[in-house]
Design a protein around this ligand. Structure first.
Ligand code: IVH
Length: 666
């Protein structure tokens, strides 16, 4: 390790302090003093010093927030005190009832009212002034150790300066701002991924990710509302605790107030109800807490929630307007979504003109007809939804809606998947889905055509060079070299990649076709059971469902795919181009494992998980990522995770590495 000059070490210390200071101004106080550019410059400087002198890295450095190495799974953390939930109410009467109940037990107290953000509860622990553990709520007693993920939240202090509070725990809510929620959903739409219904689900999804670098890109936010063991610090009430937490540098929502009685609480809540729409995050209610901790103690807790607190949930705001028409959108993965075209109406701070109607069943269930006066609500305060109909306002002229039997984008016959309630266009040539389908076709696990990202595909479609992925194989050097930002060399490379893709394995081709619900693993299973694409294309329903991994829905998706005339045409193009349609790999050599399912947890010394999995599969066994009824063996390596606990709970057979090696060497 290089010797660290004293000058450099004090420079790093100074940069860290500066970054902490500006971080707090920006993320906690919302009063930045420097530009983002200047902040990034300071950050880059510190990163560069820490890279040259790794000995200077400290766990509380701002550079540590960007996300470390991916984890295999989360460890479990037992909470210092259980993380409880709150009783909910929706009416003033309930609040007065709550007040009565409290007064029966104690007197001379005040209330603290806070805003309630719909996110996820987390616990953050500090040791010797340094942030050491961040945990999710889990079942309230034990949660996931999400330290690295929670560390990416920029407003969370990584260090506590107040000497009295060096060893402490606080709790609060991780959430996503309305803006960030929209950004994430836009990105997901582009990547053909299912959209999150509300910011809470999006935040939950982010916290569950195993790669902290991806979590960092989701830009989670945080509000802290609880100080654990306040008596240890001489703090006597919730209001004081919030003031103290703020002083320590925690992000505390400004909306909190100490009020003398329930009448004042109700007044405050009512005054807040309208204001919430203007906030940059979704607020779903308010939390009312008996302020004094000694009174809280007297009131105690029930099995699930404290008797000294209650959540008042705001009703989602509603508006009535006319449903002028129902249009049908074709998504990037082929789903047909009916959309309500509304007479513009003001709702919760914005003008609403369109709202999703989800699917045909929803329309039927709510009996929504074209021309109806409908009730619109904002789900999670963000996405407008039609929740019902004012049937009193009907004139008799309203018309029932029928889902089209042909795709509005390409005219192909659509399929209706009973179990999923969705109507889909499965035509691989459908222009609404083309970019996604072709990008998928060229993907690494599919045909592995390097250099064919979304931008290149988009240009090929725009220039009418291709109408489906079958056309890729007729592209010439003249076509490709004429594209923007494409030199002779990259054109040659791309054509070479396309040529090479003709030799891909059958399982890659099956995956590349983009059959709904046929992911990599299913494609592999199909290739193992059918040696050629033609045999798969002719497979019967009973035959497919006989395969252990193939359920009814997937079988139906496969049959539908090969039945569609447009898809047959594209497969013929692939065949004519000389794309391999046979299984090249040898079959399972020894079927000693006979379909038995293995689950791995923890690390082994001889093989990586991928290697061990391949061996199991080559011996006719199967690998699953989660334990369940059909698990035959749970292979337990070093530092196993929660799968081990679950296996023990379910009484499954667990084996260590040595035993596993014996099984595969039988
Ligand atoms: S106090 C023992 N305060 O709401 C009481 N919770 O429905 C623990 N929440 O699990 C909670 N804002 O995730 C409290 N200011 C606030 C809150 C809040 C949001 C969440 C929290 C809790 C859930 C209960």
């Amino acid at each position: 390790m290089p010797n660290i000059p004293g000058k450099i070490s004090s420079k790093a210390e100074k940069l860290r302090k500066e970054l902490d200071y500006h971080n707090r101004l920006y993320y906690v106080d919302a009063k930045p003093e420097i530009t983002d550019f200047e902040y990034d410059k300071l950050m880059k400087e510190l990163i560069s010093i820490e890279e040259t002198y790794p000995g200077l890295k400290t766990p509380d450095s701002s550079t540590q927030r960007v996300g470390g190495e991916p984890l295999k799974e989360f460890k479990t953390v037992t909470h210092s005190v259980p993380m409880m939930s709150l009783d909910n109410t929706y009416s003033h009467e309930d609040l007065l009832e709550f007040d009565k109940r409290v007064r029966k037990v104690t007197e001379k107290f005040t209330y603290t009212v806070e805003i309630k953000i719909d996110g996820l509860a987390v616990a953050v622990r500090y040791k010797n002034g340094i942030f050491v553990t961040g945990a999710t709520r889990g079942d309230g007693v034990k949660g996931d150790d999400a330290t690295e993920n929670i560390k990416t939240v920029k407003s969370l202090p990584l260090k506590i300066a107040d000497r009295k509070f060096l060893n402490m725990e606080a709790r609060g809510e991780v959430y996503l701002s309305k803006k960030q929620f929209e950004v994430i959903n836009e990105e997901r739409e582009k990547a053909d991924e299912a959209l999150f219904a509300n910011p809470r689900n999006a935040a939950a999804g982010a916290l569950k990710l195993l790669d902290p670098r991806v979590v960092a890109s989701r830009k989670l936010s945080l509000f802290i509302y609880t100080l654990i063991e306040p008596e240890k610090f001489g703090v006597a009430g919730q209001f004081e605790a919030l003031e103290k937490l703020k002083e320590l540098g925690f992000p505390v929502n400004e909306g909190f107030k100490k009020l003398p009685d329930m009448d004042a609480v109700i007044k405050y809540i009512d005054s807040f109800e309208e204001k919430r729409h203007g906030l940059p995050y979704a607020v779903d209610g308010m939390v009312i807490k008996v302020n004094e901790f000694d009174k809280q103690e007297i009131l105690g807790v029930t099995a699930k929630s404290p008797r000294w607190a209650i959540a008042y949930k705001f009703k989602a705001e509603q508006a009535k307007t006319r449903l002028n028409a129902i249009t049908v959108q074709v998504g990037r993965v082929g789903s047909l979504t009916p959309v309500a075209e509304l007479e513009p109406v003001r709702l919760a701070g914005t003008t609403v003109k369109r709202a999703t109607l989800h699917n045909e069943d929803e329309i039927e269930r709510k009996d929504i007809r074209i021309g109806d006066i409908v009730i619109v609500e904002k789900a999670g305060e963000i996405i407008p939804e039609v929740v019902g109909v004012d049937t009193q306002a009907r004139t008799g002229k309203e018309k029932k809606f029928k889902m089209p039997t042909e795709c509005p984008a390409c005219g192909a016959k659509v399929v209706r998947e009973e179990e999923e309630k969705a109507t889909r266009c499965i035509n691989v040539k459908c222009p609404a889905q083309l970019e996604g389908r072709i990008t998928h076709f060229g993907g690494r696990e599919a045909m592995n055509i390097d250099g064919m990202g979304p931008a290149v595909v988009e240009q090929m479609i725009r220039n009418k060079m291709i109408k489906d992925y079958g056309d890729l194989y007729s592209l010439t050097i003249f076509d490709v070299a004429n594209m923007d930002r494409m030199g002779q060399k990259s054109a040659d490379n791309l054509l070479g990649e396309i040529e090479n893709s003709k030799k891909r394995e059958l399982e890659n081709l099956i995956f590349a076709l983009g059959i709904r619900n046929v992911g990599q693993q299913t494609a592999e299973v199909l290739a193992e059971n059918y040696d050629t694409l033609d045999k798969l294309a002719e497979a019967k329903d009973e035959e497919l469902t006989r395969i252990h991994e193939i359920g009814k829905v997937v079988a139906e998706d496969i049959l539908d795919f090969f039945k569609a005339k447009e898809n047959k045409e594209v497969i013929e193009k692939l065949r004519k181009a000389g794309v391999n349609m046979k299984r090249l790999k040898k079959k399972v050599t020894k079927n000693i494992l006979n379909g038995r399912v293995f689950v791995f947890t923890g690390e082994m010394s001889k093989y990586s998980r991928g290697e061990a999995g391949s061996i199991v599969k080559s011996l006719g066994g199967r690998v699953s990522s989660s334990v369940g009824k059909d698990t035959a063996y749970v292979v337990v390596g070093n530092e196993p995770g929660s799968k081990y606990d679950k296996a023990v709970k379910l009484g499954l057979k667990t084996v260590n590495e040595q035993e596993f090696l014996k099984i595969i060497q039988q």
